[in-house]
Design a protein around this ligand. Structure first.
Ligand SMILES: [Mg+2]
Length: 135
């Protein structure tokens, strides 16, 4: 055992009753999310573009969305706006490689609840998800 609160928290998460929609078009990023979330036993629904994200959101009972912003077909900002029209309360956490100033504001304006900059550190991911899922 160790006394690092966040790490300990991460190791003991059990989200087997949660469904997370992961919207991501790049395979290496999907592998990261799959590895990170597998231990939590959360059910993962995958979408590869913004339109698929909206469709999958309608078809499933989603507890949280991890939304890439740079996506083919329909971008993550538009997908976020559409999903928030369907369910204003679902937490949407944006993830983006863009570190331009104003990016976070643009995210929040679209309705995102939080924002993660890539490359995402495992501990930051788990801490952020915990804030929204452990309520
Ligand atoms: Mg992308």
């Amino acid at each position: 055992m160790n006394d690092n609160g966040s790490l300990n928290n991460m190791l003991t998460q059990n989200w087997e009753d949660k469904v997370i929609l992961v919207v991501e078009d790049i395979d290496t990023n999907k592998i990261f999310f799959d590895a990170a979330l597998r231990k939590t036993k959360a059910k993962i629904v995958w979408a590869m573009d913004g339109q698929e994200a909206i469709d999958k959101f309608k078809e499933n009972d989603i507890d949280l969305v991890l939304m890439d912003l740079q996506l083919p077909v329909l971008d993550g900002y538009t997908a976020t706006r559409e999903i928030k029209k369907i369910d204003p309360k679902v937490p949407i956490i944006a993830q983006t490689a863009h570190v331009m100033s104003g990016e976070r504001e643009k995210c929040m304006e679209a309705g995102c609840d939080d924002y993660l900059a890539k490359p995402i550190r495992l501990q930051i991911l788990m801490d952020t998800l915990s804030r929204f899922l452990n309520k």
